[in-house]
Ligand binder design. Structure first.
Ligand SMILES: Cc1cc2nc3c(=O)[nH]c(=O)nc-3n(C[C@H](O)[C@H](O)[C@H](O)COP(=O)(O)OP(=O)(O)OC[C@H]3O[C@@H](n4cnc5c(N)ncnc54)[C@H](O)[C@@H]3O)c2cc1C
Length: 469
């Protein structure tokens, strides 16, 4: 750092962005303190040992992350009273990491001399009466790759022009046959938004480009997401950083248009910089909005996330040809924003040595994209649930005879802020000096976990290249 006094950084929230920033900044020589309101670290990318939860605790946990369980078979009471979840390591809902083995996550861990063992998969496509795996055959690639590559490796000037062009327009221009299907499905699943009119072509291809590092498109850590947080927490603590769980920050202290610390309980803590990882829409719950320009306050408050309906299926037996594979599907005319809905069904978590299910039990995770208000609407959820089951049935026609249990968590903050042309993510630097926002709600490459990790890399670079005042 080159400074004589070690600068003290406060991070609010121990989700994946807060932990990644904490690990990178402690490595850089900053003194980092992370305050986390929950008893556990990981935020929305949370893994938990389901055996140690009662039904009430599970539902309470989900509700703290804007989630509930609209359906389960058998019902949740029976699942918990018969201890059907014993031996399972569950996430809040479906998780896969874009970029597989060589994801942004592993490139951050490599700078910390660490690595996480990851299962990875190409992506197949579920169709009437079966599936294609991988989605694109060699012949398809030869036919459509020239167009895809032209878009993928366009200059930054062209990308900026494409930023304002919707995927609907791009599909009209380039989309024929399989190319149309590829553009429709990938842009929806990469943005987690179904409405092609709202998806930016530039953003979509930039996100694709950052995933092209030589590994398969999606990955899932062995033993669940919890291993990631343990590694990042170890990197923080071993370099003198502090993580305080069950410690909600009540207020960010701002004096003379500059963040000077935080209030926890009735105690004030002074810091050189404050980094918030809250959903940006919630920033003003802990920061007095009078310190910010009105336009900025209104813009943050107006931002919208994305939603989904997930399903965890526990199956007794699975055809070995499906194990380890991941599939996309598209449901036409299902009445959501954008009319069609894209989803995924993932058998990486069903591989016996994943460590997320008891021996000889297979955990299949899946999800279907919707908007936050659709994830709260019972009639839409009914249709989305039917689509999830129907697509699993296309892969495993007798899946019901193999079913131990199934839980369908609904979520209305999957990506904190939807990356769309009309819902622009804010910058990491806020209008208040020494106050930053990071996570999946801010301007950083990718969405979800990738956006959260990349925002942490950007803040590390910002703080080291522009010294704090
Ligand atoms: C069900 C589900 C499925 C998902 N699937 C995928 C997927 O497949 N792929 C993908 O890339 N992404 C996925 N996501 C999104 C991904 O989980 C998030 O993008 C990522 O975890 C966000 O990390 P974050 O650090 O930005 O925010 P968060 O994880 O929300 O972390 C913020 C932290 O701040 C804490 N906090 C809040 N207020 C306070 C306070 N006042 N004081 C102290 N602490 C506070 C919270 O408890 C939380 O721990 C999914 C999300 C969900 C919910």
């Amino acid at each position: 750092m080159g400074n004589t006094k070690q600068q003290e950084i406060c991070i609010i929230g121990a989700g994946i962005s807060g932990l990644t920033a904490g690990a990178l900044l402690t490595k850089q020589g900053y003194k980092v303190t992370i305050f986390e309101k929950e008893t556990v670290i990981g935020g929305r990318a949370l893994s938990f040992d389901a055996s140690s939860y009662t039904m009430d605790q599970y539902l309470k946990l989900l509700s703290r992350f804007q989630m509930n369980v609209p359906y389960a078979e058998p019902d949740l009471q029976t699942i918990f009273s018969k201890k059907l979840l014993d031996g399972y390591m569950l996430d809040l809902g479906y998780h896969a990491i874009g970029g597989g083995v060589m994801s942004n996550l592993n490139s951050v861990l490599a700078t910390l001399d660490d690595h996480i063992e990851t299962l990875e998969s190409s992506v197949g496509f579920i169709k009437e009466g079966g599936y294609d795996f991988p989605f694109l055959s060699r012949l398809d690639k030869i036919k459509i790759l020239p167009n895809i590559l032209r878009l993928l490796f366009a200059s930054e000037k062209t990308m900026r022009r494409l930023d304002g062009i919707s995927m609907t327009k791009t599909i009209e221009q380039y989309g024929q046959g399989k190319m149309k299907l590829v553009l429709e499905i990938f842009s929806r699943s990469i943005s987690t938004v179904n409405n092609l009119d709202r998806i930016s072509t530039g953003e979509m291809f930039r996100a694709q480009r950052t995933l092209l590092k030589g590994s398969k498109p999606v990955g899932y850590p062995k033993n669940g997401l919890g291993g990631i947080h343990q590694k990042l927490a170890k990197a923080i603590v071993s370099r003198g950083g502090v993580i305080k769980t069950e410690t909600p920050v009540q207020k960010i202290l701002i004096e003379g248009a500059k963040a000077t610390g935080v209030m926890v309980g009735n105690k004030e803590y002074r810091f050189d910089a404050v980094i918030s990882t809250l959903l940006v829409q919630n920033l003003f719950a802990i920061a007095d909005e009078n310190h910010f320009p009105k336009d900025y306050v209104n813009m943050l408050k107006s931002l919208e996330g994305t939603g989904s309906l997930c399903a965890y299926y526990s199956l007794k037996e699975i055809d070995s040809r499906l194990l380890g594979k991941t599939f996309h599907f598209i449901e036409r005319d299902i009445g959501v924003d954008g009319n069609d809905a894209v989803g995924m069904i993932d058998f990486m978590s069903a591989v016996p040595d994943t460590g997320v299910a008891p021996p000889s039990h297979h955990l299949v995770q899946s999800y279907i994209i919707c908007m936050p208000k659709e994830a709260r609407d019972k009639k839409t959820l009914d249709r989305l649930k039917i689509a999830l089951d129907k697509n699993l049935e296309r892969l495993i026609p007798d899946f019901r005879s193999q079913l131990r249990w199934v839980i369908y968590p609904a979520i209305w903050h999957l990506d904190g802020v939807a990356k769309t042309t009309d819902n622009t993510k804010p910058d990491i630097q806020t209008p208040v000096e020494n106050l930053y926002v990071i996570g999946d709600c801010v301007k950083a490459p990718g969405i979800g976990i990738n956006c959260a990790i990349n925002s942490a890399r950007i803040i590390q670079e910002m703080l080291t290249t522009t010294p704090l005042i």
